[in-house]
Design a protein around this ligand. Structure first.
Ligand SMILES: Nc1ncnc2c1ncn2[C@@H]1O[C@H](COP(=O)(O)OP(=O)(O)OP(=O)(O)O)[C@@H](O)[C@H]1O
Ligand SMILES: [Mg+2]
Length: 262
């Protein structure tokens, strides 16, 4: 079979594979911001299975961050529902949502957002302290796993961008979240460092971490994620599970450009 048939055979994600269990379910989700004329999201339905490494791609303003924020429980949809781990987020009040985020969600941002007056180790420990647990041993272990144990006592101003992002990833993982969300985690890094950070995320995923990530970079998405969802004007226009990520990379780019020219 040729490349096209191979690729098509694995297209049409969202249905899930046998033996996998559902972690995130969006049902007909629409988000219209105050003063917005059109929706930032328009009737998006999506299922993410436990253990998946999914990348969300799309042009600026297409609704990627909006989608991630709704899954994180940082914002609420105008209509439709968001469920994570079987919990309908719409049924939670503000304190319930805060608890849900603390216990289930790790979030990594483009610009790291480390607290400048705390060391790397202390930054990593913040979410654990909110939970009231002493996680120093686990924090050191995570820093080691991410290859930055030697900078545990340094302040963020003395770290490279790649090191800062690794600290931020360790902070996102300290409470062992069910779901790791990352919005353009490589957006402020050079190509090589960005690749290393994506490689780390890939390693975490191989160890079982479910990851939902937003990126502009088609190459990084297809090299590291097993599923690539393309968003345009607040709608999902493509959803591809890549059995062999690198092999199918050019196909996704081709499909996306076809869709963009429609
Ligand atoms: N807080 C807000 N209030 C009003 N409009 C917003 C708000 N946040 C986003 N929008 C609008 O919603 C749409 C989707 O924005 P979103 O931030 O989700 O896009 P994005 O795909 O993440 O873009 P980028 O790649 O530039 O980060 C855009 O038109 C944006 O201007
Ligand atoms: Mg964004």
């Amino acid at each position: 079979m040729d490349g096209r048939t191979f690729f098509r055979a694995f297209r049409g994600g969202g249905g899930g594979k046998n033996g996998m269990s559902e972690l995130v379910r969006l049902t007909e989700v629409t988000k219209v911001y105050q003063g917005g004329i059109t929706g930032a999201l328009n009737g998006v339905s999506l299922i993410v299975e436990k253990g998946e490494f999914t990348a969300i791609m799309g042009p600026s303003g297409s609704g990627k961050s909006t989608l991630l924020n709704l899954v994180a429980g940082l914002d609420r949809p105008t209509s439709g529902s968001v469920a994570v781990g079987g919990t309908d987020l719409g049924k939670l009040g503000e304190s319930g949502l805060a608890r849900f985020r603390r216990d289930n969600i790790g979030f990594v941002f483009q610009f790291f957002y480390l607290l400048p007056n705390l060391t790397s180790l202390e930054n990593v420990l913040i979410p654990a302290q909110l939970k009231g647990s002493d996680a120093t041993a686990r924090a050191r272990e995570l820093l080691g796993k991410l290859g930055i144990q030697d900078i545990a006592d340094r302040f963020p101003a003395r770290l490279s961008g790649g090191q800062q992002q690794r600290v931020a990833i360790a902070r996102a993982l300290i409470n062992s979240p069910t779901l790791l969300l990352a919005d353009e985690p490589t957006g402020a890094l050079d190509t090589h460092t960005g690749d290393q950070v994506m490689e780390l995320l890939g390693q975490l995923n191989r160890d079982g971490q479910t990851i939902l990530l937003v990126t502009h970079d088609a190459k990084l998405a297809t090299r590291h994620a097993a599923r690539v969802i393309s968003v345009m004007d607040g709608k999902i226009v493509d959803d591809a599970r890549l059995e062999s990520p690198e092999r199918a990379a050019s196909e996704v780019i081709r499909v996306r450009s076809e869709e963009a020219s429609r």
